[in-house]
Structure formats: structure tokens, C-alpha cells
Design a protein around this ligand. Structure first.
Ligand SMILES: Cc1cc2nc3c(=O)[nH]c(=O)nc-3n(C[C@H](O)[C@H](O)[C@H](O)COP(=O)(O)OP(=O)(O)OC[C@H]3O[C@@H](n4cnc5c(N)ncnc54)[C@H](O)[C@@H]3O)c2cc1C
Length: 290
């Protein structure tokens, strides 16, 4: 089912993002975790797409499995990294033949340590807008999502320019947007207000990452430049050698964050699960009973 059809009947969606497991042990672990998550009947799930051949084929295998064997509404991520036009066409057609109708089309990140930023491959795409324009031209009957950055994409010179580029991306054919994770809801709601003012009408689904380990703080906050409310940061810092306390602080924060987002009108929640179920299941169950 296309997400656009789900949006017609669901005011709010609850969705989970996975990445393809790296090896056999990770695959077993993933199976255990997804078993718990499926019980929550997500509106849809999505699978990320990484740089490098084997990761890419694992994305295809996993979306095929989740869609056709498990029966979930599944979104396949796809990026411009290493994708020529002919390869992209072939890949998107392969996914369509597998029955996939939902795609998150992204640019992808520059190579780690690259001095020159993102360099498109020969005959490839310079940004997600170009990829989406191409997909709209050649792939029938599909629903396309794009990434959005409430705290501005790290390569953008300003919030205004980033918003103009986002509008171009949506006009190229985005049916919905999913945000980078954030910890300050005000940033999300301000961003949505600015997007509406810029003429962007599609759903902007907030991306949520529950911080449950101290190490995740540096890893994710550096990655996204997401601002962390000082009181929460202080709780994490002061408990950095106490994993149980960090877990509890992270969960309390995430539950409050999700509850407030829903109460204030967000059109659902998209959980970056990191292939683990515990935090997402706990948040979800707490929200549903309150
Ligand atoms: C929900 C979500 C899912 C993701 N999934 C994956 C994944 O599966 N695999 C992966 O590798 N990465 C993934 N990413 C990360 C993403 O690839 C990076 O954040 C990347 O740096 C930007 O991708 P984008 O599609 O948002 O880029 P774009 O929309 O192309 O934007 C990138 C930069 O280019 C600028 N820009 C955009 N359009 C134009 C234009 N027309 N002219 C000039 N400048 C322009 C933007 O302002 C921005 O600074 C995901 C991100 C999000 C938010």
C-alpha cells in the first residue's frame, strides 16, 4: 500500500526505521527485535541504504522480506551515492518488480573525510531533488519521501537557503518528508511553520531517536548537530558512568518528547530503532496507555 493511501485514513502514523544487519549474528538479533516491534502494528517500516555494494543488496533483500514475507508496508531508502542514471533506473525497477511502491530518496553523505563535500558520480545526481525528478519521470505509481532538517542541513549556508532547496525537492515530487532526529520539539514546530510558509504542504513526520546510552550522545549529536536541552544534557552527563540511570533519563525524556509532539499536532512518529526494540516498545506502550 502506498503511504499516500495510508495518510488518507490515518491522521497519525507510527513507523520504524531499520538498517540491514551486518552479519549472521546481527541478523538473528534483528529477527528477535523486529518480532517485538511487529506486535505494535506499525503503519510502515523503512530500511536504510548504505554506501557499498553488499549493504545495498542487503537493503533490497530486507525490503523484499519485510514486504513480501512479513507483509509490512515497507519503504526502501535509496541514495545518489555511486548511482548512475542507468543503475538507478535498474535498481528502482527491480524494487518496483518486488512490489515496492514506497521510496525514501536521498542524496547520501559525502565520503568520510572528503574535503570537497558530496561529489556525484559520473552521470549521477548532485542532490535528492535531481534523483526525485528522475524517479518521477521513469517510475510509475510510487510514493516518494525525502529527508528534512529542522536544525538545518549541515552543508547549508543558512536556514533560508535550506528551506528554498527543500521546497524545490518537494516540488520535484515528494509526497512526504521525514525529519532528521532532534531533541527540542520547538525546533520541529518552528521548522514545520517555516515549511508551511514556504508553501510545503506534505506531511512532515518527526524522526525520533531515544538516547539510551551515554555513548550515543556524542555519536548522534555530533552527527546531526541536534541541540540537546541543557537539563537533559546535564542528566546524561552526571550519570555517564551509570548506564541504568542514563537509560531511565533517556526514556523519560523520549516519552515526554513523543507525547508532546503528538499532543501538539505532529502527524505521527518515525523511530530510528537502531534495530533494537526495547526502547521503542516501551515508549510506544507508555504512550498508548496514557
Ligand atoms: C529520514 C532520513 C533518512 C535517511 N536515510 C539515509 C539512508 O538510507 N542512507 C544514507 O546514506 N543516508 C540517509 N540519510 C542521510 C542523508 O543522506 C544525509 O543527511 C545527506 O547529507 C542529505 O541527504 P538529503 O537527501 O536530505 O539531501 P538533499 O535534499 O539533496 O540536500 C543536501 C544538501 O544539498 C542542498 N540542496 C538540496 N537541493 C538542492 C538544489 N536543488 N540546489 C542546490 N542545493 C541543494 C541542501 O540544502 C542540503 O544542504 C537519511 C536522512 C534522513 C533525514
Amino acid at each position: 500500500m502506498k503511504l499516500t493511501d495510508i495518510f488518507k485514513v490515518s491522521e497519525k502514523t507510527f513507523s520504524f526505521e531499520f538498517y540491514p544487519p551486518r552479519d549472521e549474528i546481527a541478523a538473528v538479533d534483528f529477527g528477535l527485535n523486529i518480532g517485538q516491534l511487529i506486535k505494535l502494528s506499525p503503519s510502515f517500516v523503512s530500511v536504510t541504504y548504505g554506501a557499498g555494494g553488499s549493504t545495498q543488496s542487503r537493503t533490497f533483500d530486507l525490503v523484499d522480506y519485510l514486504k513480501n514475507r512479513v507483509g509490512l508496508n515497507t519503504v526502501a531508502h535509496y541514495t545518489c551515492v555511486g548511482s548512475t542514471r542507468s543503475r538507478t533506473l535498474e535498481d528502482l525497477k527491480t524494487l518496483r518488480k518486488l512490489g515496492l511502491q514506497n521510496f525514501m530518496l536521498l542524496r547520501g553523505d559525502p565520503e568520510v573525510g572528503s574535503k570537497y563535500g558530496f561529489i556525484p558520480c559520473y552521470d549521477g545526481f548532485a542532490n535528492a531533488t535531481e534523483l526525485i525528478t528522475f524517479a518521477r519521470e521513469f517510475i510509475d505509481d510510487c510514493c516518494i519521501g525525502g529527508g528534512a532538517y529542522p536544525e538545518v542541513h549541515p552543508e547549508s549556508p543558512s536556514a533560508e537557503i535550506d528551506m528554498k532547496n527543500l521546497k524545490k525537492k518537494v516540488d520535484a515530487g515528494c509526497d512526504f518528508l521525514i525529519t532528521q532526529f532532534f531533541f527540542d520539539n520547538k525546533r520541529y514546530f518552528d521548522f514545520v511553520a517555516r515549511a508551511r510558509k514556504a508553501g510545503i504542504k506534505c506531511r512532515i513526520i518527526p524522526g525520533i531517536i531515544p538516547l539510551t546510552k551515554y555513548a550515543q550522545l556524542e555519536r548522534f549529536v555530533n552527527l546531526s548537530r541536534a541541540s540537546v536541552p541543557p537539563a537533559f544534557l546535564e542528566q546524561l552527563e552526571s550519570n555517564r558512568y551509570n548506564p541504568d540511570a542514563v537509560y531511565k533519563a533517556g526514556m523519560d525524556f523520549a516519552i515526554r518528547q513523543c507525547r508532546d509532539l503528538l499532543m501538539l499536532g505532529a502527524p505521527g512518529l518515525h523511530f530510528y530503532t537502531l534495530n533494537k526494540s526495547r526502547a521503542t516498545v516501551e515508549i510506544y506502550q507508555t504512550l498508548m496507555v496514557r
